[in-house]
Design a protein around this ligand. Structure first.
Ligand SMILES: [Fe+2]
Length: 211
């Protein structure tokens, strides 16, 4: 058996330690990517619920930086939402619970997550159900269509006097969302919207509060 003393151990382990230090970022990145899919990396690059929340929180926390841009942010969140594995076990309970809302003649809301900078909900519509014009003051929003077909109209509020009894809205976007389509709004553009479903539709709604 080799007889190593303390000095030998330090001398021989130092290059290995330095090598490990250099490789650590790459190892961490690999571990993160593996975690994103619970150790399985599907060809479509789907990410699990935890990885999705972590990524959204990371982007939402940047809102205090000078160069932060709302349009860029909602595009990033939309891209993350499109990567989200909707069959993730952590989401299955909400999708299962949504069956309870069938037949109640109104849209249903199920809270999926609430963090300091953002929250995520599952919103379910049946055929013909709608949410009328409403705004989202100091918020951004990203809607991902998980299933179904729904019309979304977006509007901007035209300039008006503070005490005006009536205001004018300008329609700035209209889209029909099908599975894997997204609709976005920021605090400055498309902030008012309304929705009406053609058929049973489920949306994943990521709403971020600006602070
Ligand atoms: Fe809304």
């Amino acid at each position: 058996m080799d007889d190593y003393n303390r000095r030998h151990f330090i001398r021989t382990s130092l290059p290995g330690f330095l090598g490990l230090s250099l490789a650590l970022p790459a190892i961490t990145a690999l571990a993160t990517r593996a975690n994103a899919c619970q150790g399985r990396l599907p060809a479509d690059g789907a990410i699990n619920w935890d990885a999705f929340l972590t990524a959204v929180e990371k982007e939402a926390a940047k809102q205090h930086l000078d160069h932060w841009n709302q349009e860029k942010y909602v595009k990033q969140v939309a891209a993350l939402a499109l990567q989200l594995n909707l069959k993730d076990a952590d989401l299955s309970e909400a999708f299962e619970n949504s069956k309870n809302g069938l037949g109640n003649m109104r849209p249903d809301f199920y809270k999926l997550e609430k963090q300091r900078n953002f929250e995520v909900s599952l919103v379910q519509f049946e055929k013909g159900e709608e949410i009328k014009h409403h705004d989202h003051p100091d918020m951004t929003g990203v809607l991902l269509c998980a299933t179904g077909k729904i019309d979304v109209w977006n509007y901007d509020l035209l300039p008006h006097e503070n005490d005006a009894e009536k205001v004018l809205l300008k329609e700035t976007a209209k889209s029909t969302l099908l599975k894997d389509d997204v609709s976005t709004l920021t605090s400055k553009a498309r902030n008012i919207h309304r929705l009406r479903a053609h058929q049973l539709t489920q949306l994943v709604d990521v709403c971020s509060a600006l602070q």
